[in-house]
Structures are given as structure tokens and as C-alpha cells.
Write a protein that binds this ligand. Structure first.
Ligand code: NAD
Ligand code: DAU
Length: 335
């Protein structure tokens, strides 16, 4: 199959491309990426001779029409993805996440191609700290931030294009990913690179917020199963069912794995509107498509974190030049 991967120079997209080249060589890949601050062409260097790369904007209707006409399936990762940035400047989120997804949908409709839309658990809002429930494919949407509301908007567009125009499409809503090539603005790589820079990790508020951390390879394996066996019109929840690890515990684990005392971190100003708890029920994906994550529970997460820490240690050139600017932007907000 010919895959058009949008946002393939970003964190999850580039890991998807690496994973596909290694494990699914039957697919050919074209990446389209605008190379915003979050995209890095060097992420694709190890597979550069095996893929086609186009620098471009998913809001460019002419470009998307051409690229979609030449593919079989669009795997749509491109987005503005960071909550804290969406609180500073929401417009790029509206533009890329909503207008960009609309532009892709129109090209998919015209050329009758298939779409897989990558989305997030954040569209469901959050749960109370002691709520035992988990998000399912039936949970109503209730997003909190400019980021999550624009992702919710993009999901609704996809669902409407399926129902109104009969396009072939699937949606997946995944929890928090970690792994190599993640931008250092995000929680886990920020703390790893803080420690490598002799800066104390920064915990928002009390740090009791819970995320269902999933290794990026487990996410991408799920995406491949959906491409192989997913039913058009269906949504699939993807999460490691790891619903008991709060941010404080993650920082303590990172400190311990990096040879620092467990309490070598500081509390900083909390995120406005900070979602408390996400928890995922991925039983549909497991039952219907046979998905099984490899990095489960705290042992799996320790293993995944060890690999991730080793990657940031070995790839200082990849992040070092941006570190001061990222920290300066956070410092302005007391974070
Ligand atoms: P990222 O910010 O690391 O990468 C986004 C990529 O999209 C970058 O390469 C960027 O250059 C590109 N891009 C941005 N605007 C573009 C535009 N207008 N045209 C073309 N390319 C553009 O994001 P990520 O963390 O890899 O997330 C990828 C997708 O997965 C997003 O849709 C996000 O909502 C979703 N998601 C992320 C997570 C997570 O934990 N990171 C979890 C669930 C879902
Ligand atoms: O749930 C899926 C979502 O996960 C994705 O849709 C988003 O694209 C992705 O960015 C991520 O969103 P979060 O806001 O949950 O991730 P982030 O890495 O920004 O923060 C994770 C948690 O850590 C969150 O509770 C805020 C907290 N945090 C974050 C940073 C950057 C800190 O305590 N300290 C920090 O320095």
C-alpha cells in the first residue's frame, strides 16, 4: 500500500515511519510535514533513502489534493500538539488541527481514498482523581483546552464526512506517548534533559495528575492493526491501561533511573485548567484486532523509560541547541 503520512517528521509520526520501514516493508511511504518548531527532518535521516519527503502544509488544498490523489491511505498525525502552547497562542491549533483536517478530508472525499485520523484521549475531558471509570469509544466529548477542543473538532469533522459523504475512515484516540524523538517541551523529555543539564525537574502543582503512559511503539503497532483490520467508520481507544501513575511518581522514577535522589525536583506553577486524570479502556482494540501492548504496568514503563533516557543521553545534539529557549519560555510563566 502507498501511505501518505502527515506530520511524519514529528515525534509519533517519525517513530511510525521508522517502525513501518522496519516491520512493514510492503508499504511505501510519502511524508508531508510543514517542519514547524516540532518537526525535524533529521528524525527521518536513518530511513531517508526508503521514503519520499515533501515539505508542505496540510492546509494547502492544492498540495493535499495532489498528494492524496497519489496515495492509497492517509495516516494523519500532523497537528499542533502541546497544551501549554495552546494556552499561550491558540490560533495555530485552530488552523492546523481543524482547517488542516478539513483540507485532507476534502481531498480524501474527492479521490475516494482511505483516511486514518490520529487523535487523543483528551477529547473526553478528564476524570476526578478517585473516579474508577475509564474512557471508552462511547464516552461523550468534553474537551478542556484549546488543544483538546481543536482535536475534538477534527474528530467531529471526520465522523461527519463518514456519515454525510460516505468516506472510508477510522479514528484512534490514544493516551500520552513517550519514547525517542519527543520534543523537549513535553513532560518526560523535559525532565530527562533537565537532569542531563543539571536542572531540577519541574512538577506542575502537586503533581497528582494521572496519565495513561504508553510507549510510542505500542501506539504505532495499534495504528498498523487498524490499517490492516480496522472497520471503516469505527473509532478505537488506544491506551496501556496504566491508570495509577501520577506525574510525581513519573518524576521520581526518572530521578531514580538517572541516579538522583527521588525528591530532586521542584514544584512550579500549575497549568491553568489542568486535566486531573485520564484512564483508557482499550478492550475493543484488544478484543477485535488482537492488540497487546509490550510496555505494560510500572515494570514496562521503567523499561521504556530506561530506553528513552538512553536515547536522550546519546543524542544531545538533537536537543541541546533548543534547551535554553524552551526553558526560558516556561520560566516566563513560572514553570
Ligand atoms: P508533534 O508536535 O511532535 O509533531 C507534529 C508534526 O506535525 C510536526 O512534525 C510538525 O512539523 C507537523 N505539522 C504541524 N502543523 C503542520 C501543518 N500545518 N502541515 C503539515 N505538518 C504540520 O506531535 P506528536 O506528539 O507526534 O503528535 C502526533 C499526533 O498524535 C497529533 O495529532 C496528536 O494530537 C496525536 N496524539 C499525540 C499524543 C502524544 O502523547 N504526543 C497522544 C495522543 C495523540
Ligand atoms: O493524553 C494525550 C496527550 O498527551 C496528547 O494528545 C498531547 O499531544 C500530548 O502533549 C500529551 O498532553 P499532556 O498535556 O498530558 O502532556 P505533557 O507532556 O505536556 O504533560 C504531561 C503531564 O505532566 C501533565 O499533567 C502536565 C505535567 N507537566 C508537564 C510539563 C511539561 C509537569 O508536571 N511538568 C512539566 O514540565
Amino acid at each position: 500500500m502507498k501511505l501518505l503520512v502527515t506530520g511524519g517528521a514529528g515525534f509519533i509520526g517519525s517513530n511510525f515511519v521508522h517502525y513501518t520501514v522496519k516491520n512493514r516493508p510492503e508499504h511505501s511511504i510519502t511524508v508531508v510535514d510543514k517542519l514547524t518548531y516540532a518537526g525535524n527532518k533529521s528524525n527521518l535521516e536513518p530511513v531517508a533513502d526508503k521514503i519520499e519527503f515533501v515539505q508542505g502544509d496540510i492546509c494547502d488544498a492544492e498540495l493535499m489534493d495532489k498528494l492524496v490523489s497519489e496515495t492509497d491511505i492517509v495516516v494523519h498525525f500532523a497537528a499542533e500538539s502541546h497544551n501549554d502552547n495552546s494556552l499561550r497562542e491558540p490560533w495555530p491549533f485552530v488552523e492546523t488541527n481543524i482547517v488542516g483536517t478539513y483540507t485532507i478530508l476534502e481531498a480524501v472525499r474527492k479521490h475516494q481514498k482511505r483516511l486514518h485520523h490520529i487523535s487523543t484521549d483528551e477529547v473526553f475531558g478528564d476524570l476526578e482523581i478517585d473516579d474508577p471509570n475509564r474512557f471508552t469509544e462511547e464516552t461523550p466529548y468534553n474537551p478542556s483546552s484549546p488543544y483538546s477542543s481543536t482535536k475534538a473538532g477534527s474528530d467531529h469533522l471526520v465522523s461527519a464526512w463518514i456519515r454525510s459523504f460516505g468516506i472510508q475512515a477510522t479514528i484512534s484516540n490514544c493516551s500520552n506517548n513517550y519514547g525517542p524523538y519527543q520534543h523537549i517541551e513535553k513532560f518526560i523529555p523535559r525532565q530527562i534533559t533537565n537532569i542531563l543539564s543539571d536542572i531540577k525537574p519541574k512538577l506542575y502543582g502537586e503533581g497528582l495528575n494521572v496519565r495513561d503512559w504508553i510507549h510510542v511503539d505500542d501506539h504505532n503497532e495499534a495504528v498498523h492493526l487498524i490499517l490492516d483490520k480496522g472497520v471503516s467508520g469505527e473509532t478505537y481507544i488506544i491506551g496501556a491501561d496504566n491508570d495509577h501513575t501520577n506525574n510525581k511518581m513519573v518524576i521520581e522514577m526518572i530521578c531514580e533511573l538517572m541516579g538522583k535522589p527521588k525528591d530532586w525536583y521542584e514544584h512550579v506553577t500549575d497549568r491553568p485548567g489542568h486535566d486531573m486524570r485520564y484512564a483508557m479502556d482499550s478492550s475493543k482494540l484488544r478484543r477485535e484486532l488482537g492488540w497487546q501492548p509490550r510496555y505494560t504496568d510500572n515494570n514496562g514503563m521503567r523499561e521504556g523509560l530506561k530506553q528513552t533516557i538512553a536515547w536522550y543521553e546519546a543524542n544531545r545534539d538533537w536537543w541541546q541547541t533548543e534547551k535554553d529557549a524552551v526553558e526560558a519560555a516556561y520560566a516566563k510563566q513560572g514553570q
